[in-house]
Write a protein that binds this ligand. Structure first.
Ligand code: PGA
Length: 233
């Protein structure tokens, strides 16, 4: 069971250090659940420092596929490894929607990160229109084809209509999508999209839901810790 907090573009490095120290104290001794935080690039060093000697992992929100080069604004996997970062998200729907990310670039980012020894949370999920047109399975299949199975690869199923909207997928809808994904690629699958303390336990009790990628509710200690506790049961 993995609970990962995707902070998106929230928290300065100073706020990150404070939050991670509080998280360390609040989570001390939680068994049965792996926990990760994914701050913006600028906060990664502060998070690594604050969480040194803990089991809480630090991951990035994106990574480039080349080891170095003329790619203004990008960060390589080697740079993340050097900072003490363990993993990275790739292919978040906000990257696909606002920054031109495609299945191909997501696949290249994932492969480079895995080659460098990072674990990867690769996000996939259909939009509301795609679901209404009955295209959910086609979309998931297309997004998955770009990814290769690997021991350190985790998929996050994040229906775009559920992200930041408060409209969580029902446990049954999520379970159905997770089972479909696992039949195509045998890796752990996290659910993401309006996960909150109130719905976490029910979602996480589904047989093919192996954890959660949490956005908004990962920004406050109390709600993030409550979701981690729900995952530990
Ligand atoms: P949300 O975001 O929990 O705020 O819906 C999830 C995500 O985008 O990873």
């Amino acid at each position: 069971m993995l609970i990962a907090g995707n902070w998106k573009m929230h928290k300065t490095a100073t706020e990150t250090g404070e939050f991670c120290r509080e998280l360390r104290d609040a989570l001390g001794g939680h068994e049965g659940v792996d926990v990760a935080v994914c701050p913006p690039f600028a906060g990664l060093a502060a998070a690594v420092q604050a969480l040194a000697d803990t089991e809480i992992a630090v991951a990035a929100q994106n990574v480039h596929w080349e080891p170095e080069g003329a790619y203004t604004g990008e960060i390589s996997a080697a740079m993340l490894v050097d900072l003490g970062v363990y993993g990275t998200i790739v292919g978040h729907s906000e990257r696909r929607q606002y920054f031109g990310e495609t299945d191909e670039t997501v696949g290249r980012r994932a492969a480079a990160a895995l080659d460098a020894g990072l674990w990867v949370i690769a996000c996939i999920g259909e939009t509301e229109e795609e679901r209404e047109r009955g295209e959910t399975e086609d979309v998931l299949r297309r997004q998955l084809v770009a990814l290769e199975s690997h021991d350190d690869l985790v998929i996050a199923y994040e229906p775009v209509w559920a992200i930041g909207t408060g409209k969580t997928a029902t446990p049954e809808t999520a379970q159905e999508a997770h089972a479909f994904i696992k039949a195509l690629l045998d890796v752990p699958v996290l659910y993401g999209g309006s996960v909150k303390p109130e719905n976490a336990a029910e979602l996480l009790s589904q047989p093919d839901i192996d954890g959660a990628l949490v956005g908004g509710a990962s920004l406050e200690i109390d709600s993030f810790v409550a979701i981690c506790q729900a995952g530990a049961h």
